[in-house]
Unconditional design. Structure first.
Length: 300
């Protein structure tokens, strides 16, 4: 089962790469909050069908109070808060650059596991952390140089880099809550709990910020937006999250997080083919270094 768990973790990286492309397209047209709300709404429909087929139960009626508590916290931290920063980073710096910062997620996951779960973290792993940060800096500095040549101020991307980093912090927190709350419970039903909390969280946010029309109604009138959100939801909060939870159940948190962190490399090809982006050699090198550092972090 450990090998299957590792394959599921790699499948997570592939799914997140595909979903990031479609969510970036949708976010630029409809806004981050609208896309966040509809992606988890669509995901709940897919998860209900999967739950009915696999367990004969469309919703997690048999979840324990402990599972509800920690998976709800995971949904709030890992979806509502993390995805607020993630999707706004998509808009500010693009999905391909944003996911490079996701290489930080396994580092934060290991740090939180050390602090809150008592898992060991060897001092040598600081080398892996330094390599990840170095890879990210290569990408950032490469883009900064390109922006200067085009007369674009660096401040235009600075907020995006901060948001991308914060999304990694909160995604790591969500993973820790998931690991505590999931246990041997169904990964599909566990994801449903997270998604239900996310729907509530994004809905409340839309009401508080008085964006009800922009979030609940406007996207449904645009066929291309709904198409992008729907495809992204299948690969992201549905398949991607189910695979990630399955991987956490069947392999170590470090191994799973490392394979999931391959997204910055996996996303390069669809970015070129789908978004028609010109990718600099330094950006490819930086992404590869960041992923290598994440892998090394758990091999030392």
């Amino acid at each position: 089962m450990e090998r299957i768990g590792a394959l599921a973790a790699f499948g997570t990286a592939v799914c997140w790469s595909i979903s990031a492309i479609f969510f970036e397209n949708a976010s630029r047209k409809a806004g981050a909050l609208a896309v966040n709300f509809w992606k988890v709404t669509f995901a709940l429909v897919f998860l209900a069908l999967a739950g009915t087929i696999s367990r004969g139960m469309p919703l997690p009626f048999d979840a324990s109070p402990n599972a509800w508590l920690y998976l709800s916290l995971s949904g709030i931290v890992g979806f509502v808060v993390a995805d607020y920063f993630l999707f706004n980073a998509y808009i500010l710096i693009g999905s391909r650059i944003t996911v490079i910062f996701q290489a930080l997620t396994p580092l934060f996951t290991a740090l939180f596991a050390f602090l809150f779960l008592g898992e060991r973290m060897k001092p040598q792993r600081l080398l892996g952390m330094a390599i990840v940060v170095g890879g990210i800096l290569i990408v950032v500095l490469s883009r900064q140089k390109g922006q200067k040549s085009l007369g674009i101020p660096f401040s235009a991307s600075k907020k995006g880099y901060i948001f991308a980093s914060l999304s990694s912090v909160f995604q790591a927190g969500g993973l820790i809550f998931s690991k505590v709350g999931l246990g041997d419970y169904s990964s599909i039903s566990g994801t449903q709990i997270r998604v239900l909390m996310a729907i509530a969280g994004f809905g409340i946010q839309a009401l508080i910020t008085r964006q009800s029309r922009q979030v609940f109604i406007a996207p449904m009138k645009e066929r291309m937006i709904i198409k992008n959100i729907g495809i992204g939801a299948i690969f992201g909060p549905f398949l991607g999250v189910v695979f990630s939870l399955f991987a956490l159940q069947n392999t170590g948190a470090g191994t799973a997080s490392t394979l999931m962190a391959l997204t910055p490399v996996v996303i390069i090809i669809p970015s070129i083919l789908i978004l028609k982006q010109k990718v600099k050699s330094l950006e490819i090198i930086g992404a590869a270094i960041a992923v290598s550092g994440a892998a090394l972090f758990f091999l030392l």
